[in-house]
Ligand binder design. Structure first.
Ligand code: URA
Length: 199
Protein backbone atom coordinates (compact mmCIF):
# COMPACT_ATOMS: atom_id res chain seq x y z
CA UNK A 1 0.00 0.00 0.00
CA UNK A 2 1.08 3.51 -0.67
CA UNK A 3 2.30 5.31 2.41
CA UNK A 4 0.02 8.31 2.74
CA UNK A 5 1.13 11.42 4.54
CA UNK A 6 -0.73 14.21 6.22
CA UNK A 7 -1.09 16.20 3.01
CA UNK A 8 -4.20 14.42 1.83
CA UNK A 9 -3.26 10.94 0.76
CA UNK A 10 -0.31 11.83 -1.45
CA UNK A 11 2.68 9.57 -0.92
CA UNK A 12 5.30 11.31 1.16
CA UNK A 13 7.95 12.87 -1.06
CA UNK A 14 11.15 10.90 -1.13
CA UNK A 15 14.64 11.76 -2.14
CA UNK A 16 15.67 11.05 -5.70
CA UNK A 17 16.55 7.40 -6.31
CA UNK A 18 20.01 8.52 -7.35
CA UNK A 19 20.48 11.92 -5.70
CA UNK A 20 24.04 12.32 -7.00
CA UNK A 21 22.79 11.91 -10.58
CA UNK A 22 19.87 14.25 -9.90
CA UNK A 23 22.27 16.89 -8.57
CA UNK A 24 24.55 16.44 -11.58
CA UNK A 25 21.56 17.02 -13.88
CA UNK A 26 20.68 20.21 -11.99
CA UNK A 27 24.27 21.42 -12.32
CA UNK A 28 24.14 20.72 -16.03
CA UNK A 29 20.90 22.71 -16.41
CA UNK A 30 22.51 25.61 -14.56
CA UNK A 31 25.28 25.65 -17.16
CA UNK A 32 27.25 28.87 -17.49
CA UNK A 33 24.35 30.64 -15.82
CA UNK A 34 23.52 34.23 -16.82
CA UNK A 35 19.95 34.28 -15.52
CA UNK A 36 20.69 37.24 -13.24
CA UNK A 37 23.23 40.06 -13.16
CA UNK A 38 25.52 38.36 -10.65
CA UNK A 39 27.15 36.37 -13.45
CA UNK A 40 29.21 39.33 -14.58
CA UNK A 41 31.13 39.68 -11.31
CA UNK A 42 31.62 36.07 -10.36
CA UNK A 43 34.65 33.88 -10.84
CA UNK A 44 32.89 30.60 -10.07
CA UNK A 45 29.37 29.30 -9.69
CA UNK A 46 29.16 27.87 -6.17
CA UNK A 47 26.71 25.02 -6.64
CA UNK A 48 26.96 23.68 -3.08
CA UNK A 49 28.55 20.47 -1.99
CA UNK A 50 28.38 17.53 0.38
CA UNK A 51 26.76 14.16 0.70
CA UNK A 52 23.92 13.77 -1.84
CA UNK A 53 22.24 11.46 0.68
CA UNK A 54 22.62 13.90 3.56
CA UNK A 55 20.05 13.86 6.34
CA UNK A 56 21.05 17.41 7.22
CA UNK A 57 21.41 20.37 4.90
CA UNK A 58 22.55 23.95 5.49
CA UNK A 59 21.42 26.87 3.37
CA UNK A 60 23.41 30.10 3.59
CA UNK A 61 23.11 33.42 1.80
CA UNK A 62 25.61 33.41 -1.04
CA UNK A 63 29.29 32.95 -1.79
CA UNK A 64 31.89 35.34 -0.41
CA UNK A 65 35.34 36.02 -1.85
CA UNK A 66 36.91 32.73 -0.77
CA UNK A 67 33.93 30.69 -1.97
CA UNK A 68 34.01 32.51 -5.32
CA UNK A 69 37.71 31.64 -5.65
CA UNK A 70 37.36 27.99 -4.72
CA UNK A 71 33.91 27.23 -6.09
CA UNK A 72 32.87 25.73 -2.74
CA UNK A 73 30.29 26.91 -0.19
CA UNK A 74 31.40 28.03 3.26
CA UNK A 75 35.15 27.69 2.97
CA UNK A 76 36.12 31.11 4.39
CA UNK A 77 36.10 32.24 8.02
CA UNK A 78 32.34 31.81 8.40
CA UNK A 79 32.76 28.37 6.89
CA UNK A 80 35.35 27.44 9.49
CA UNK A 81 32.88 28.37 12.21
CA UNK A 82 30.17 26.35 10.46
CA UNK A 83 32.56 23.39 10.38
CA UNK A 84 33.11 23.78 14.14
CA UNK A 85 29.36 23.84 14.77
CA UNK A 86 28.94 20.64 12.73
CA UNK A 87 32.01 18.76 13.96
CA UNK A 88 32.56 20.01 17.51
CA UNK A 89 28.98 20.98 18.34
CA UNK A 90 27.04 18.23 16.60
CA UNK A 91 29.78 15.58 16.46
CA UNK A 92 29.07 15.01 12.79
CA UNK A 93 31.40 15.02 9.82
CA UNK A 94 31.10 18.01 7.54
CA UNK A 95 31.36 15.62 4.59
CA UNK A 96 28.16 13.89 5.75
CA UNK A 97 25.98 17.00 5.39
CA UNK A 98 25.11 19.08 2.36
CA UNK A 99 25.89 22.80 2.22
CA UNK A 100 24.47 25.33 -0.21
CA UNK A 101 23.25 28.89 -0.57
CA UNK A 102 20.24 30.94 -1.64
CA UNK A 103 22.31 32.45 -4.49
CA UNK A 104 25.12 30.61 -6.24
CA UNK A 105 27.18 33.60 -7.38
CA UNK A 106 29.00 36.13 -5.24
CA UNK A 107 27.25 39.49 -4.94
CA UNK A 108 29.68 42.39 -5.53
CA UNK A 109 31.39 43.56 -2.32
CA UNK A 110 29.38 40.86 -0.51
CA UNK A 111 26.24 43.00 -0.65
CA UNK A 112 22.93 41.32 0.08
CA UNK A 113 21.41 39.33 -2.76
CA UNK A 114 18.63 41.31 -4.46
CA UNK A 115 15.09 39.92 -4.93
CA UNK A 116 15.51 39.31 -8.67
CA UNK A 117 18.73 37.40 -8.01
CA UNK A 118 17.11 35.25 -5.32
CA UNK A 119 14.21 34.51 -7.69
CA UNK A 120 16.49 33.60 -10.60
CA UNK A 121 18.36 31.09 -8.43
CA UNK A 122 15.29 29.77 -6.65
CA UNK A 123 14.33 26.88 -8.97
CA UNK A 124 17.80 25.42 -8.66
CA UNK A 125 17.82 25.42 -4.86
CA UNK A 126 14.29 24.00 -4.90
CA UNK A 127 15.44 21.16 -7.15
CA UNK A 128 18.53 20.52 -5.02
CA UNK A 129 16.40 20.19 -1.91
CA UNK A 130 13.96 17.84 -3.66
CA UNK A 131 16.86 15.69 -4.93
CA UNK A 132 18.43 15.38 -1.48
CA UNK A 133 15.25 15.44 0.65
CA UNK A 134 17.18 15.75 3.94
CA UNK A 135 15.37 15.31 7.25
CA UNK A 136 16.34 18.75 8.46
CA UNK A 137 17.40 21.98 6.75
CA UNK A 138 19.16 24.66 8.75
CA UNK A 139 18.57 28.17 7.39
CA UNK A 140 21.61 30.31 8.10
CA UNK A 141 20.81 33.94 8.73
CA UNK A 142 18.14 36.16 7.27
CA UNK A 143 18.40 34.91 3.70
CA UNK A 144 18.53 31.18 4.38
CA UNK A 145 15.85 31.39 7.07
CA UNK A 146 13.43 33.62 5.17
CA UNK A 147 13.81 31.71 1.90
CA UNK A 148 13.02 28.37 3.53
CA UNK A 149 10.10 29.60 5.61
CA UNK A 150 8.73 32.01 2.96
CA UNK A 151 8.51 34.76 5.50
CA UNK A 152 9.75 38.33 5.84
CA UNK A 153 10.08 38.05 9.61
CA UNK A 154 13.54 38.99 10.87
CA UNK A 155 15.99 36.23 11.71
CA UNK A 156 16.09 37.59 15.26
CA UNK A 157 12.43 36.50 15.53
CA UNK A 158 12.40 33.23 13.59
CA UNK A 159 15.72 31.77 14.78
CA UNK A 160 15.29 28.65 16.85
CA UNK A 161 11.64 28.29 15.86
CA UNK A 162 11.20 24.99 14.06
CA UNK A 163 9.27 25.31 10.80
CA UNK A 164 8.75 23.38 7.61
CA UNK A 165 9.68 23.47 3.93
CA UNK A 166 7.75 21.03 1.70
CA UNK A 167 7.42 18.61 4.62
CA UNK A 168 11.06 18.96 5.69
CA UNK A 169 11.86 20.28 9.15
CA UNK A 170 13.49 23.73 9.02
CA UNK A 171 15.61 25.24 11.77
CA UNK A 172 16.58 28.88 11.22
CA UNK A 173 19.57 30.17 13.16
CA UNK A 174 22.12 32.99 13.17
CA UNK A 175 24.48 33.14 10.21
CA UNK A 176 28.02 32.10 11.17
CA UNK A 177 29.35 35.44 9.85
CA UNK A 178 27.07 37.16 12.37
CA UNK A 179 28.37 34.85 15.10
CA UNK A 180 31.94 35.87 14.22
CA UNK A 181 30.99 39.50 14.83
CA UNK A 182 28.81 38.71 17.87
CA UNK A 183 30.33 35.73 19.67
CA UNK A 184 27.92 36.16 22.58
CA UNK A 185 25.12 35.04 20.24
CA UNK A 186 26.70 31.58 19.91
CA UNK A 187 24.84 30.56 23.04
CA UNK A 188 21.58 31.01 21.08
CA UNK A 189 22.51 28.30 18.58
CA UNK A 190 20.62 25.20 19.66
CA UNK A 191 21.87 22.23 17.66
CA UNK A 192 19.36 19.77 19.10
CA UNK A 193 16.52 20.37 16.60
CA UNK A 194 19.15 20.30 13.83
CA UNK A 195 20.15 16.77 14.78
CA UNK A 196 16.72 15.24 15.27
CA UNK A 197 13.62 15.58 13.15
CA UNK A 198 10.24 15.57 14.82
CA UNK A 199 8.90 13.02 12.33
N1 URA B 1 28.40 33.05 3.61
C1 URA B 1 27.35 32.44 3.02
O1 URA B 1 26.22 32.78 3.22
N2 URA B 1 27.62 31.42 2.20
C2 URA B 1 28.85 30.99 1.94
O2 URA B 1 29.01 30.04 1.18
C3 URA B 1 29.92 31.65 2.57
C4 URA B 1 29.67 32.68 3.39
Amino acid sequence: ADPADARGGLPAAERAEDPAAALAAIREDLGDCRRCKLWSGRKTIVFGQGNPRAELMFVGEGPGAEEDEQGLAFVGRAGQLLTDIIEKGMKMKRSDVWIGNVVKCRPPQNRNPEPDEVLACQPFLERQIEAIRPRVIVGLGKFGGQWLLKTAEPISRIRGRVGEYHGIQVVPTWHPAYLLRNPAAKKDVNTRPMMASSR
